[in-house]
Design a protein around this ligand. Sequence first.
Ligand SMILES: [Fe+2]
Length: 230
Amino acid sequence: MPNPNRPGPNMPNPNMPNPNRPGPKVSVASLFATRLYRADNSPEETTRLNRELGASIRSFAEEDGAGIAWCEENNYPGYTSYSSLFDLPLRAPCFGDLKKLIDRHVRVFAEDLHFDLAGGKIRLDHIWVNLLEPGGFHSGHIHPHSVISGTYYVEIPDGSAGLRFEDPRLGLMMGAPLRRSDARTELKPFVTEFPKPGMLLLWESFLRHEVLRHDGTSPRLSASFNYAWK
Ligand SMILES: [Fe+2]
């Protein structure tokens, strides 16, 4: 039996304004947007590029002694060139091609963000590669000293880890309730993207994110980068 005290199909919800009754006009705006840029680049554009990038990443993972030592010291589950190689676009032509592709998307994203660059430019500051072994993860972090950060995905085996973004205001929410599981994406405190080869994600560098545990059976290969305002 329907409960007469609960709003139902024939009973207006008293919590919502009734548009047919006279009363104040009500609207809800979304303020302080957090933008996430996603480009699903086509296989035609990325298959050869990804093959070359994959081969380069694997050769760095075997030959970059300083990077391998850094990964061991810092318990990185695989290999990253983050602290050892700072000239990837000059080192192999495929990284020069990748830089051109990312530059193109960063320009579009900077427009979308309505940045007033005041005569300056958003330029690549650092690009590095990641070879994440099965079982590996990368805990929550931001990218300091930059404006736009992102990742390009090279090899994404089945079971690959997602990238989870966190609402930057989470620490301010104190007594607020959790959001319903069916909340709109823009209202969720955590949003996870699941990469595919050739996909590019861009976000503002303040946005905290983490790579969830990689449950694939082979390494997950990607290139991450920071762009700064210069
Ligand atoms: Fe990151």
